[in-house]
Design a binder for this molecule. Sequence first.
Ligand code: ADP
Length: 448
Amino acid sequence: MKNISIKVKITMWYLLLMTIMVVMVLTFILAVSSSVTTQTAMSRISSTVRSNLTQVSSSNGKISLGEDFHFYQNGVYTLIYSKNEALLAGQVPVNFTQNEPFENGLTRTVSTEDDNYYVFDLWLPFDWENGVWVRGLMEVPEDELIIKNLILVVAVAMPAFILFATIGGYWIAKKAFKPLEDIISTADSINEASDLSARIDVPSGSNEFTRLAKTFDQMFTRLEQSFEAEKQFTSDASHELRTPISVIKGACEYALKYDETPEERQETLSMIHRQAVKMSGLVAQLLSMTRLEQGTEKANFEKINLTELTKAICTEQAYADRNVYFEAKNEISAFVDTTLITRLIQNLIDNAVKYGKTDGHVWVTLTENEHEIQLSVKDDGIGIPKEEQGKIWQRFYQVDASRTGDNGTGLGLSMVQKIAEIHGGYMSLESEPLKGSNFVLHLPKNNY
Ligand code: ADP
């Protein structure tokens, strides 16, 4: 039973119900029809006998019958008996052998060996002492014939009806379960071909299956994103870690092979240390980037005083000996993830300092208008050529890698852009080589 599909189970269930219903209805019809037949037969015998009775008369002890007297009419035999129950007129049916006593005005059923009869007697008095019995006899109509016909109809109609209902029901169930079949086959194809881009052709409407199909599609999208992010992480990590690892490997091999002077050894060790620091920074940044993309690092939005937060970052120890200026005309609050926004602001200020000129300046300004909050980080550094401005947001892209040396990974701005997106905002940039750059975060005010 467990292995039977739901479609078949449903079909079987309503077939059983229908069969029970049909049997019940048939039983009812039979019962009613049998009672109707009995009623009709009884009223027929009594009315025939009563009508014949009016045709019987007696004169001078002789009985005479009128023209409209019928010994056999409507299946009813009419017999006339004397007071002491001797047959005077009429013919008793051959197989009615019973010696049935007379009862005035009562219809009853009398069973003989072969048949059943309705018997109805009426006493017709001629005077105080004399009279005759008029008896009606009628074979009980064969219910069997009706039943036989009904059984025949049912025997032919039932299988056809059941077949029709089964096919129709199964077809409807199959149609209703189609989205489920689609879900199964899509899940199967993903499983077999590892093709995470497959989606269910979600049917229109909003029944349970449609919702299930939509949920599955969302799940497939999440799975695909996670899978892609993981693939990207693996390929980025192996690509980016290759250089520092080979530098460390080369330095170690050289140190092992040749007798280095203490100064050389010191230099080798500090190079290995620099590369290790770079690798750990890279791995940390890559991990948080992957988590952001996968959605595993969930943004935790809260209403904060953005002016205070930005001011605190600008006055951090790290920028103490830099000319980082903060300006905001009023207290601006925003609905943001504090950790992510802090990371974004720090990245922008770090870059402004890193790519600024010696003794350069960084201006951090917070403003707002009707629609958005703008956070600008402006420097008077090296600037970015026009043709590079679109590319710097890509992962690992660096305009001039030699400029940052071991200090940059090329991941900062792609993370900044991702964080802006998570907040429903975007980044804009104005920059001119040798004059400086202005990175602006635009945060919509309707994101909460
Ligand atoms: P990283 O700073 O680690 O190299 P980023 O993604 O933060 O990586 O920046 C990508 C590139 O964009 C940098 O390598 C640099 O060439 C350029 N860039 C970023 N910020 C500035 C800036 N304020 N001034 C000039 N160039 C910048």
